[in-house]
Design a binder for this molecule. Structure first.
Ligand code: HEM
Length: 161
């Protein structure tokens, strides 16, 4: 809990280590979300359309770009999970989450896990159920997880009052 310390008539807030840890987790989570979703949006809006525009080098360029981005995609997926899970337990553990908060959180985690599953290279090789719509579906689910994350982060300080 933040403590107000007063000295010579001036008051300042000191922040305990748990709060610093929470802020660190949220910053890492958001940075990973930007890399993960940014790569997906760039792929569907800029890279992928090159194929249908008759650019000869497109397949080779797209494949090379995808190979280069793969390690960033894997690292950001791991970081989203490694920061999202503790954030989730932290929120649920204090018992102040309303039913709406818990419902939105469940929807967010469901959308994120579905997006990870569809983007997972092994799943892509095993089934092509969604065909050309798959990249769009991944970005739509990831965007839903992102927007719900922002809504949840906005709701939480209200719950803390
Ligand atoms: C595509 C994947 C994901 C994206 C794009 C995403 C994005 C975000 C964003 C933008 C925030 C708001 C951060 C802030 O303003 O502080 C957030 C918060 C959060 N995310 Fe994620 N996230 C993803 C996956 C996950 C996963 C897999 C989990 C849990 C297993 C998770 C759990 C959380 C929690 C608990 C919060 C905090 C909500 C709060 O402050 O009350 N996220 N997420």
């Amino acid at each position: 809990m933040a403590r107000v310390a007063c000295e010579k008539g001036k008051c300042g807030r000191t922040v305990d280590p748990a709060t610093v840890l929470r802020i660190g987790l949220r910053l890492l989570h958001t940075a990973a979300a930007v890399v993960w979703l940014g790569g997906g949006v760039y792929y569907v809006l800029a890279l992928r359309p090159l194929r249908s525009q008759g650019v000869d080098a497109a397949p080779a360029v797209i494949a090379a770009a995808q190979r280069r981005f793969a390690r960033w995609a894997s690292a950001s997926t791991l970081l989203l999970l490694a920061t999202g899970v503790p954030l989730m337990f932290d929120r649920l553990a204090d018992g102040r989450g309303t039913a709406t908060y818990v419902l939105l959180l469940a929807l967010k985690v469901g959308a994120a896990v579905a997006a990870f599953w569809l983007a997972w290279p092994l799943a892509r090789r095993r089934t092509n159920r969604f065909g050309d719509a798959r990249p769009w579906l991944i970005v739509a689910l990831g965007s839903l997880a992102y927007l719900l994350g922002v809504v949840l982060a906005t709701l939480y300080p209200v719950l803390q009052r």
